[in-house]
Design a protein. Structure first.
Length: 238
């Protein structure tokens, strides 16, 4: 690979977009993934190109195993950032089966669906690559109204640690970033003033603070770091 290419899932907006742009500023070509909003994905790709890097947009639903395989089976990446995810919050007594299934199938099963077609090509081509997953502080500590989300994000942590053991001898690192409360559209319905009381730094995080950590873990300097979970949360513990 002449230039290091990275897939960032869910990179049309929010944390994923910031990760894609931060990586591009550091010289990586980016495949921008989206599932619904092509216009936003194209805008992200155009911003990456303006930084002097190559960018493509890829459409697939990470819940759909066949679609993931069809789109990704011919791809070869140096790095993969598993950022795409959803939340459907509800207290457990009234949590609907559909809310459980959609969150688990997107956040956790998506881990398998995206990585399965990509890992063997990295191994076969002897790429000492980087896989970075995104969990959440909810996956570390749990959170009221997020049994489904916390379960999916805790599962990602376990999967990350296990995969890191399998790929370590290949020189492929697998690490997890677990954001706290980050100022994006995803928290638009969260009572911010109440949440800030739980954060020792008394402020929300910003997406760039997550992206900078992803960029470091993607770098050659992080080649001896694997199987780790690093939380970006301002000291918050739920």
């Amino acid at each position: 690979m002449d230039k290091k290419k990275v897939l960032v899932t869910g990179s049309s907006r929010g944390i994923g977009k910031e990760i894609a742009l931060y990586l591009a500023k550091n010289g990586y070509d980016i495949d921008v993934h989206y599932v619904n909003n092509k216009e936003k994905a194209q805008n992200t790709a155009d911003e990456i190109k303006a930084l002097g890097c190559n960018a493509n947009i890829l459409k697939f639903d990470i819940k759909d195993r066949k679609e993931c395989s069809s789109v990704l089976e011919e791809k070869l990446y140096y790095g993969v950032v598993l950022n795409a995810g959803i939340a459907k919050d509800n207290v457990f007594p009234v949590l609907e089966g559909e809310e459980w299934d959609e969150v688990i199938n997107t956040n956790l099963t998506g881990f398998y669906n995206v990585l399965k077609p990509l890992v063997m090509p990295m191994i076969s081509n002897r790429i000492k690559g980087r896989i970075i997953t995104l969990s959440s502080i909810s996956g570390l500590c749990g959170n009221r109204g997020q049994v489904n989300y916390s379960a999916s994000k805790a599962g990602i942590i376990g999967a990350t640690k296990a995969l890191s053991l399998e790929l370590a001898k290949r020189g492929i690192t697998v690490n997890c970033v677990a954001p706290g409360v980050i100022d994006t559209d995803m928290i638009k319905d969260v009572p911010i003033d109440e949440v800030k009381k739980l954060i020792p730094m008394k402020r929300l995080g910003n997406a760039k603070e997550v992206a900078s950590l992803v960029n470091y873990l993607m770098s050659e300097d992080a080649g001896y770091i694997t199987g780790q979970v690093i939380s970006v949360n301002g000291g918050m513990y739920l």
